[in-house]
Design a protein around this ligand. Sequence first.
Ligand SMILES: NC(=O)c1ccc[n+]([C@@H]2O[C@H](COP(=O)([O-])OP(=O)(O)OC[C@H]3O[C@@H](n4cnc5c(N)ncnc54)[C@H](OP(=O)(O)O)[C@@H]3O)[C@@H](O)[C@H]2O)c1
Length: 232
Amino acid sequence: MAVSQHLLIAGASRGIGLGLARVALDAGWHVHAVVRSLARSSELQVLAEQAGARLQVIECDLAEADAGQRIAAALGTQRLDCALFNAGIYGPAHQDPQCIDEQQITELFLLNAIAPIRLARQLAERVNEGGVIAFMSSQMASLSLNLAAGMPLYGASKAALNSLLRSWSSELPSLPWSLLALHPGWVRTDMGGANAPLSVAQSASGLLQVIERQHGTPVCAFFDYQGEALPW
Ligand SMILES: NC(=O)c1ccc[n+]([C@@H]2O[C@H](COP(=O)([O-])OP(=O)(O)OC[C@H]3O[C@@H](n4cnc5c(N)ncnc54)[C@H](OP(=O)(O)O)[C@@H]3O)[C@@H](O)[C@H]2O)c1
């Protein structure tokens, strides 16, 4: 990979998104990190000081309807080699479809499924041919693995993301870029919890390798952080 490649990470304030920013900078990428608030992410502030011009921070709430325009404006004329839509939420802790209220439904499906696809479609023209547009999904999204029994609402929101991704892919006469749904493994973050087996660094390194491997060979696929294909 050439050292001057540009990676946009939507949702990079903490957890896997921040870890990806770190490993990508170490690997020579330029990173455009989209966060709601830089002031609330002391780790990203430190990274920005260390990386200098190789890290651009763009402040934006990804659920806002004009997020795509705001990110495009902040990028200026900069083209991208990869755009990764990482931000996600778990939804209500009870995960009970009988108890979720309308505001929680909207928040969960907007942030996990609609916003990433909407943003990706708005920013796709910025991604170079042969590049990668990737979405942080989950193995809980796989209908055939059927692993989301304990997390039905979260799993449904990620299944909706995967479904929208496949619909977009099937609309395109040919794929200019790879369209990837990614499972990061079970990772020790605020969402994954302290008992998860994987560190952020392990997951992020694997995910970056999966993205780099896909450059120049466009596919629409569902991969885990080790590059293993998962069934939709
Ligand atoms: N951890 C796991 O084991 C695991 C497993 C499978 C899939 N995943 C998926 O991997 C992704 C990252 O997970 P994580 O464990 O790193 O989660 P996390 O630690 O909870 O971090 C979530 C990230 O999403 C950002 N975000 C949330 N809402 C946002 C919004 N409206 N606008 C902009 N950014 C927003 C957060 O920013 P703020 O700091 O501003 O809140 C934060 O950077 C998620 O999509 C998650 O579903 C995680």
